[in-house]
Design a protein around this ligand. Sequence first.
Ligand code: NAD
Ligand code: UD2
Length: 305
Amino acid sequence: MAKYLVTGGCGFIGSHLCDALIHQGHDVLVLDNLSTGKLENLNPSAQLYVGDINDKMLTKMLMSQVVGCFHLAAIASVVRSNEAWGETHMTNQSGTINLFETSAGLVKPVPVIYASSAAVYGDNAAMPLTERSVVRPLTAYGVDKLACELQAQVAGRIHKVPTLGFRFFNVFGPRQDPSSPYSGVISIFSNRVAQHQNITIYGDGSQIRDFVYVQDVVRFLLLGMQQADIKAPVFNICTGKASSIKGLAQTLFSILGYEVEIIYAAKKAGDIQHSLGDPSRLVQQFQSCAEYDLGQGLLEMLQSS
Ligand code: NAD
Ligand code: UD2
Protein backbone atom coordinates (compact mmCIF):
# COMPACT_ATOMS: atom_id res chain seq x y z
CA MET A 1 0.00 0.00 0.00
CA ALA A 2 1.34 3.42 -0.98
CA LYS A 3 0.23 7.03 -1.25
CA TYR A 4 -0.13 8.75 -4.63
CA LEU A 5 -0.99 12.22 -5.85
CA VAL A 6 -3.47 12.50 -8.73
CA THR A 7 -3.78 15.93 -10.32
CA GLY A 8 -7.09 16.37 -12.13
CA GLY A 9 -8.61 13.59 -10.02
CA CYS A 10 -12.11 15.09 -10.22
CA GLY A 11 -12.07 14.91 -14.02
CA PHE A 12 -13.17 12.20 -16.40
CA ILE A 13 -10.01 10.07 -16.62
CA GLY A 14 -8.49 11.10 -13.26
CA SER A 15 -11.57 10.05 -11.30
CA HIS A 16 -11.44 6.53 -12.78
CA LEU A 17 -7.74 6.35 -11.92
CA CYS A 18 -8.52 7.33 -8.30
CA ASP A 19 -11.12 4.53 -8.12
CA ALA A 20 -8.57 2.00 -9.34
CA LEU A 21 -5.84 3.15 -6.94
CA ILE A 22 -8.23 3.06 -3.99
CA HIS A 23 -9.50 -0.36 -5.09
CA GLN A 24 -5.88 -1.58 -4.97
CA GLY A 25 -5.66 -0.33 -1.36
CA HIS A 26 -3.61 2.82 -1.96
CA ASP A 27 -4.10 6.23 -0.35
CA VAL A 28 -4.91 8.96 -2.84
CA LEU A 29 -4.40 12.71 -2.61
CA VAL A 30 -6.13 14.74 -5.32
CA LEU A 31 -5.23 18.23 -6.50
CA ASP A 32 -7.94 19.76 -8.67
CA ASN A 33 -9.24 23.30 -9.18
CA LEU A 34 -12.71 22.01 -10.16
CA SER A 35 -12.67 24.04 -13.38
CA THR A 36 -14.07 21.12 -15.38
CA GLY A 37 -13.87 18.40 -12.73
CA LYS A 38 -16.80 17.58 -10.49
CA LEU A 39 -16.97 16.67 -6.82
CA GLU A 40 -19.46 13.89 -7.56
CA ASN A 41 -16.88 12.15 -9.78
CA LEU A 42 -14.48 11.74 -6.89
CA ASN A 43 -14.20 8.57 -4.84
CA PRO A 44 -15.08 9.53 -1.23
CA SER A 45 -11.94 7.78 0.04
CA ALA A 46 -9.69 10.19 -1.86
CA GLN A 47 -8.44 13.29 -0.03
CA LEU A 48 -9.22 16.36 -2.13
CA TYR A 49 -7.20 19.58 -2.15
CA VAL A 50 -8.96 22.23 -4.18
CA GLY A 51 -6.23 24.31 -5.74
CA ASP A 52 -4.06 24.99 -8.74
CA ILE A 53 -1.16 22.90 -10.04
CA ASN A 54 0.85 26.13 -10.24
CA ASP A 55 0.57 26.70 -6.47
CA LYS A 56 4.15 25.87 -5.44
CA MET A 57 3.51 25.62 -1.70
CA LEU A 58 0.60 23.30 -2.24
CA THR A 59 2.35 21.05 -4.74
CA LYS A 60 5.40 20.80 -2.45
CA MET A 61 3.25 19.93 0.55
CA LEU A 62 1.43 17.22 -1.46
CA MET A 63 4.35 15.77 -3.37
CA SER A 64 6.51 15.42 -0.29
CA GLN A 65 3.95 12.93 1.08
CA VAL A 66 3.70 10.58 -1.89
CA VAL A 67 5.70 7.93 -3.73
CA GLY A 68 4.47 9.03 -7.17
CA CYS A 69 2.36 11.55 -9.03
CA PHE A 70 -0.15 10.93 -11.81
CA HIS A 71 -0.51 14.25 -13.60
CA LEU A 72 -3.82 14.49 -15.48
CA ALA A 73 -4.87 18.06 -14.73
CA ALA A 74 -5.13 20.13 -17.89
CA ILE A 75 -7.44 22.29 -19.89
CA ALA A 76 -8.32 19.32 -22.04
CA SER A 77 -10.26 21.15 -24.72
CA VAL A 78 -8.49 21.94 -27.96
CA VAL A 79 -11.07 24.63 -28.79
CA ARG A 80 -10.58 26.28 -25.41
CA SER A 81 -6.80 26.27 -25.90
CA ASN A 82 -7.30 28.32 -29.04
CA GLU A 83 -9.75 30.72 -27.36
CA ALA A 84 -7.69 31.21 -24.19
CA TRP A 85 -4.14 30.72 -25.43
CA GLY A 86 -2.13 32.14 -22.53
CA GLU A 87 -4.43 30.79 -19.86
CA THR A 88 -4.31 27.21 -21.14
CA HIS A 89 -0.55 27.46 -21.53
CA MET A 90 -0.26 28.39 -17.83
CA THR A 91 -2.00 25.17 -16.90
CA ASN A 92 -0.94 22.82 -19.67
CA GLN A 93 2.75 23.62 -19.84
CA SER A 94 3.74 25.81 -16.86
CA GLY A 95 1.67 23.68 -14.46
CA THR A 96 3.44 20.57 -15.71
CA ILE A 97 6.86 22.19 -15.29
CA ASN A 98 5.88 23.15 -11.73
CA LEU A 99 5.14 19.51 -10.93
CA PHE A 100 8.43 18.33 -12.44
CA GLU A 101 10.27 21.11 -10.58
CA THR A 102 8.53 20.28 -7.31
CA SER A 103 9.59 16.65 -7.69
CA ALA A 104 13.15 17.76 -8.49
CA GLY A 105 13.24 19.75 -5.25
CA LEU A 106 12.49 16.74 -3.04
CA VAL A 107 15.24 14.82 -1.25
CA LYS A 108 14.47 11.98 -3.65
CA PRO A 109 12.48 12.99 -6.77
CA VAL A 110 9.22 11.08 -7.15
CA PRO A 111 8.16 9.71 -10.54
CA VAL A 112 5.61 11.71 -12.54
CA ILE A 113 3.33 9.90 -15.01
CA TYR A 114 1.65 12.50 -17.20
CA ALA A 115 -0.98 12.76 -19.93
CA SER A 116 0.16 13.80 -23.37
CA SER A 117 -2.10 13.53 -26.41
CA ALA A 118 -2.44 12.33 -29.98
CA ALA A 119 -2.80 16.05 -30.67
CA VAL A 120 1.02 16.18 -30.87
CA TYR A 121 0.78 14.47 -34.28
CA GLY A 122 -1.61 17.03 -35.78
CA ASP A 123 -2.96 16.06 -39.18
CA ASN A 124 -0.26 13.58 -40.10
CA ALA A 125 -1.44 11.42 -43.00
CA ALA A 126 1.04 8.62 -42.27
CA MET A 127 -1.16 5.99 -40.63
CA PRO A 128 -0.93 4.35 -38.20
CA LEU A 129 0.95 6.84 -36.05
CA THR A 130 3.96 5.51 -34.16
CA GLU A 131 5.94 7.37 -31.54
CA ARG A 132 8.54 7.94 -34.26
CA SER A 133 6.07 9.62 -36.62
CA VAL A 134 6.59 13.28 -37.36
CA VAL A 135 5.00 15.52 -34.73
CA ARG A 136 3.19 18.50 -36.18
CA PRO A 137 0.80 19.91 -33.56
CA LEU A 138 -1.74 22.31 -35.03
CA THR A 139 -3.11 23.92 -31.89
CA ALA A 140 -1.93 25.55 -28.67
CA TYR A 141 -3.13 22.42 -26.88
CA GLY A 142 -1.01 20.12 -29.05
CA VAL A 143 2.04 22.36 -28.81
CA ASP A 144 1.81 22.49 -25.02
CA LYS A 145 1.47 18.70 -24.80
CA LEU A 146 4.53 18.24 -27.01
CA ALA A 147 6.40 20.79 -24.90
CA CYS A 148 5.52 18.77 -21.78
CA GLU A 149 7.26 15.79 -23.37
CA LEU A 150 10.37 17.91 -24.03
CA GLN A 151 10.24 19.35 -20.51
CA ALA A 152 10.04 15.78 -19.19
CA GLN A 153 13.37 15.15 -20.93
CA VAL A 154 14.79 18.19 -19.13
CA ALA A 155 13.34 16.88 -15.86
CA GLY A 156 15.16 13.58 -16.35
CA ARG A 157 18.41 14.78 -17.89
CA ILE A 158 19.09 17.79 -15.65
CA HIS A 159 17.10 17.08 -12.50
CA LYS A 160 16.95 13.25 -12.36
CA VAL A 161 13.15 13.19 -12.18
CA PRO A 162 11.78 9.90 -13.57
CA THR A 163 8.80 10.47 -15.86
CA LEU A 164 6.65 8.65 -18.37
CA GLY A 165 4.25 10.26 -20.84
CA PHE A 166 1.25 8.69 -22.53
CA ARG A 167 -0.16 10.06 -25.77
CA PHE A 168 -3.86 9.34 -25.28
CA PHE A 169 -5.92 8.91 -28.43
CA ASN A 170 -9.71 9.46 -28.20
CA VAL A 171 -10.64 8.30 -24.72
CA PHE A 172 -14.26 7.49 -23.92
CA GLY A 173 -16.28 6.09 -21.02
CA PRO A 174 -18.57 7.00 -18.15
CA ARG A 175 -18.25 10.50 -16.59
CA GLN A 176 -17.21 12.21 -19.83
CA ASP A 177 -19.46 15.23 -19.55
CA PRO A 178 -21.88 15.33 -22.52
CA SER A 179 -23.18 18.79 -21.64
CA SER A 180 -19.86 20.50 -22.32
CA PRO A 181 -19.54 22.01 -25.79
CA TYR A 182 -16.00 20.63 -25.79
CA SER A 183 -17.00 17.08 -25.01
CA GLY A 184 -16.02 14.01 -26.99
CA VAL A 185 -18.18 12.71 -29.81
CA ILE A 186 -19.06 9.47 -28.02
CA SER A 187 -20.46 11.17 -24.93
CA ILE A 188 -22.43 13.60 -27.12
CA PHE A 189 -23.82 10.91 -29.43
CA SER A 190 -24.68 8.41 -26.71
CA ASN A 191 -26.40 11.04 -24.59
CA ARG A 192 -28.50 12.29 -27.50
CA VAL A 193 -29.37 8.85 -28.90
CA ALA A 194 -30.43 7.69 -25.43
CA GLN A 195 -32.90 10.60 -25.42
CA HIS A 196 -34.06 9.80 -28.97
CA GLN A 197 -32.66 13.12 -30.23
CA ASN A 198 -30.97 13.59 -33.58
CA ILE A 199 -27.18 13.69 -33.87
CA THR A 200 -24.98 15.91 -36.02
CA ILE A 201 -22.05 14.64 -38.02
CA TYR A 202 -19.60 17.34 -39.07
CA GLY A 203 -18.38 16.54 -42.57
CA ASP A 204 -19.31 13.30 -44.32
CA GLY A 205 -18.55 11.08 -41.34
CA SER A 206 -15.62 9.35 -43.04
CA GLN A 207 -13.11 10.83 -40.58
CA ILE A 208 -11.27 8.16 -38.61
CA ARG A 209 -10.56 7.98 -34.89
CA ASP A 210 -8.89 5.45 -32.58
CA PHE A 211 -11.29 5.21 -29.63
CA VAL A 212 -9.80 3.82 -26.44
CA TYR A 213 -11.86 2.92 -23.39
CA VAL A 214 -11.09 4.69 -20.12
CA GLN A 215 -10.48 1.43 -18.19
CA ASP A 216 -7.70 0.52 -20.59
CA VAL A 217 -6.18 3.97 -20.11
CA VAL A 218 -6.29 3.54 -16.33
CA ARG A 219 -4.62 0.13 -16.56
CA PHE A 220 -1.72 1.58 -18.54
CA LEU A 221 -1.40 4.57 -16.19
CA LEU A 222 -1.00 2.16 -13.27
CA LEU A 223 1.54 0.04 -15.15
CA GLY A 224 3.37 3.23 -16.17
CA MET A 225 4.21 4.11 -12.57
CA GLN A 226 6.56 1.11 -12.43
CA GLN A 227 8.32 2.11 -15.65
CA ALA A 228 9.04 5.82 -15.14
CA ASP A 229 12.57 6.67 -16.16
CA ILE A 230 14.89 9.64 -16.39
CA LYS A 231 15.03 8.98 -20.14
CA ALA A 232 11.43 10.31 -20.26
CA PRO A 233 9.83 7.60 -22.39
CA VAL A 234 6.59 8.31 -24.28
CA PHE A 235 3.97 5.80 -25.45
CA ASN A 236 0.77 5.95 -27.48
CA ILE A 237 -2.32 4.69 -25.69
CA CYS A 238 -4.49 3.50 -28.54
CA THR A 239 -6.12 0.37 -29.89
CA GLY A 240 -4.75 0.42 -33.44
CA LYS A 241 -8.35 -0.02 -34.65
CA ALA A 242 -9.94 2.60 -36.87
CA SER A 243 -13.57 3.71 -36.49
CA SER A 244 -15.24 6.25 -38.75
CA ILE A 245 -17.67 8.69 -37.16
CA LYS A 246 -20.42 7.33 -39.39
CA GLY A 247 -19.49 3.80 -38.25
CA LEU A 248 -19.59 4.96 -34.63
CA ALA A 249 -23.20 6.13 -35.08
CA GLN A 250 -24.14 2.77 -36.64
CA THR A 251 -22.45 0.82 -33.80
CA LEU A 252 -24.38 2.87 -31.27
CA PHE A 253 -27.67 2.28 -33.13
CA SER A 254 -27.12 -1.46 -33.29
CA ILE A 255 -26.28 -1.68 -29.55
CA LEU A 256 -29.38 0.33 -28.58
CA GLY A 257 -31.61 -1.39 -31.13
CA TYR A 258 -32.99 1.79 -32.71
CA GLU A 259 -31.83 4.71 -34.83
CA VAL A 260 -32.16 8.49 -34.66
CA GLU A 261 -31.92 11.02 -37.46
CA ILE A 262 -28.39 11.99 -38.54
CA ILE A 263 -27.93 15.61 -39.58
CA TYR A 264 -24.90 16.37 -41.71
CA ALA A 265 -23.24 19.76 -41.12
CA ALA A 266 -20.13 21.45 -42.46
CA LYS A 267 -16.83 19.98 -41.39
CA LYS A 268 -15.32 21.94 -38.49
CA ALA A 269 -12.32 24.10 -39.30
CA GLY A 270 -9.11 22.34 -38.35
CA ASP A 271 -10.83 19.00 -37.81
CA ILE A 272 -8.35 16.16 -38.22
CA GLN A 273 -9.39 13.71 -40.93
CA HIS A 274 -7.52 10.60 -39.80
CA SER A 275 -6.19 9.74 -36.37
CA LEU A 276 -5.13 6.15 -35.85
CA GLY A 277 -2.41 5.01 -33.47
CA ASP A 278 0.05 2.14 -33.59
CA PRO A 279 0.17 0.46 -30.16
CA SER A 280 3.29 -1.68 -30.89
CA ARG A 281 5.62 0.18 -28.52
CA LEU A 282 3.00 0.13 -25.77
CA VAL A 283 2.41 -3.59 -26.19
CA GLN A 284 6.11 -4.35 -26.24
CA GLN A 285 6.82 -2.33 -23.09
CA PHE A 286 3.86 -3.45 -21.00
CA GLN A 287 3.22 -6.88 -22.52
CA SER A 288 -0.42 -5.91 -22.76
CA CYS A 289 -2.77 -4.35 -25.28
CA ALA A 290 -6.09 -2.50 -25.01
CA GLU A 291 -8.71 -5.03 -23.95
CA TYR A 292 -11.85 -3.15 -24.99
CA ASP A 293 -12.92 -2.59 -28.56
CA LEU A 294 -15.39 0.16 -29.40
CA GLY A 295 -18.47 -2.06 -29.08
CA GLN A 296 -17.46 -3.54 -25.71
CA GLY A 297 -16.60 -0.11 -24.34
CA LEU A 298 -19.87 1.39 -25.53
CA LEU A 299 -21.82 -1.47 -24.01
CA GLU A 300 -20.14 -1.11 -20.62
CA MET A 301 -20.53 2.67 -20.71
CA LEU A 302 -24.24 2.51 -21.56
CA GLN A 303 -24.89 -0.15 -18.91
CA SER A 304 -23.20 1.97 -16.24
CA SER A 305 -25.40 5.02 -16.88
P1 NAD B 1 -11.15 16.63 -17.65
O1 NAD B 1 -11.40 18.06 -18.05
O2 NAD B 1 -12.32 15.79 -17.33
O3 NAD B 1 -10.12 16.58 -16.43
C1 NAD B 1 -9.13 17.55 -16.21
C2 NAD B 1 -9.14 17.89 -14.73
O4 NAD B 1 -8.10 18.84 -14.44
C3 NAD B 1 -10.45 18.53 -14.26
O5 NAD B 1 -10.91 17.88 -13.09
C4 NAD B 1 -10.08 19.99 -13.99
O6 NAD B 1 -10.91 20.56 -13.01
C5 NAD B 1 -8.63 19.86 -13.58
N1 NAD B 1 -7.82 21.06 -13.79
C6 NAD B 1 -7.77 21.84 -14.91
N2 NAD B 1 -6.90 22.84 -14.74
C7 NAD B 1 -6.36 22.71 -13.49
C8 NAD B 1 -5.40 23.45 -12.74
N3 NAD B 1 -4.80 24.53 -13.25
N4 NAD B 1 -5.10 23.03 -11.48
C9 NAD B 1 -5.71 21.95 -10.96
N5 NAD B 1 -6.64 21.22 -11.63
C10 NAD B 1 -6.95 21.58 -12.88
O7 NAD B 1 -10.30 15.99 -18.85
P2 NAD B 1 -9.90 14.46 -19.13
O8 NAD B 1 -10.53 14.08 -20.42
O9 NAD B 1 -10.10 13.63 -17.92
O10 NAD B 1 -8.34 14.64 -19.42
C11 NAD B 1 -7.34 14.21 -18.51
C12 NAD B 1 -5.98 14.39 -19.16
O11 NAD B 1 -5.89 13.60 -20.35
C13 NAD B 1 -5.68 15.82 -19.61
O12 NAD B 1 -4.31 16.08 -19.41
C14 NAD B 1 -6.01 15.81 -21.09
O13 NAD B 1 -5.30 16.81 -21.79
C15 NAD B 1 -5.54 14.41 -21.46
N6 NAD B 1 -6.14 13.87 -22.69
C16 NAD B 1 -7.46 13.53 -22.72
C17 NAD B 1 -8.02 12.98 -23.89
C18 NAD B 1 -9.45 12.52 -23.97
O14 NAD B 1 -9.82 11.90 -24.98
N7 NAD B 1 -10.28 12.78 -22.96
C19 NAD B 1 -7.21 12.80 -25.03
C20 NAD B 1 -5.88 13.18 -24.96
C21 NAD B 1 -5.33 13.68 -23.78
C1 UD2 C 1 -9.68 14.68 -29.59
C2 UD2 C 1 -9.63 15.18 -28.15
C3 UD2 C 1 -8.70 16.33 -28.03
C4 UD2 C 1 -7.33 16.05 -28.63
C5 UD2 C 1 -7.50 15.51 -30.06
C6 UD2 C 1 -6.17 15.01 -30.58
C7 UD2 C 1 -11.76 14.81 -27.03
C8 UD2 C 1 -13.03 15.43 -26.60
N1 UD2 C 1 -10.94 15.62 -27.72
O1 UD2 C 1 -10.29 15.62 -30.45
O2 UD2 C 1 -8.55 16.64 -26.64
O3 UD2 C 1 -6.61 15.15 -27.81
O4 UD2 C 1 -8.39 14.39 -30.08
O5 UD2 C 1 -6.11 15.17 -31.94
O6 UD2 C 1 -11.46 13.68 -26.77
N2 UD2 C 1 -18.01 15.09 -34.22
C9 UD2 C 1 -19.22 15.03 -34.88
N3 UD2 C 1 -20.35 15.36 -34.19
C10 UD2 C 1 -20.32 15.75 -32.88
C11 UD2 C 1 -19.07 15.82 -32.22
C12 UD2 C 1 -17.93 15.48 -32.93
O7 UD2 C 1 -19.28 14.70 -36.08
O8 UD2 C 1 -21.39 16.03 -32.31
C13 UD2 C 1 -16.79 14.70 -34.97
C14 UD2 C 1 -15.72 15.77 -34.92
O9 UD2 C 1 -15.91 16.72 -35.95
C15 UD2 C 1 -14.47 14.91 -35.13
C16 UD2 C 1 -14.82 13.57 -34.46
O10 UD2 C 1 -16.23 13.57 -34.32
O11 UD2 C 1 -14.24 14.68 -36.50
C17 UD2 C 1 -14.18 13.41 -33.09
O12 UD2 C 1 -14.44 14.60 -32.36
P1 UD2 C 1 -14.05 14.75 -30.80
O13 UD2 C 1 -14.40 16.13 -30.41
O14 UD2 C 1 -14.62 13.63 -30.01
O15 UD2 C 1 -12.47 14.52 -30.74
P2 UD2 C 1 -11.24 15.09 -31.59
O16 UD2 C 1 -10.64 13.92 -32.28
O17 UD2 C 1 -11.65 16.25 -32.40
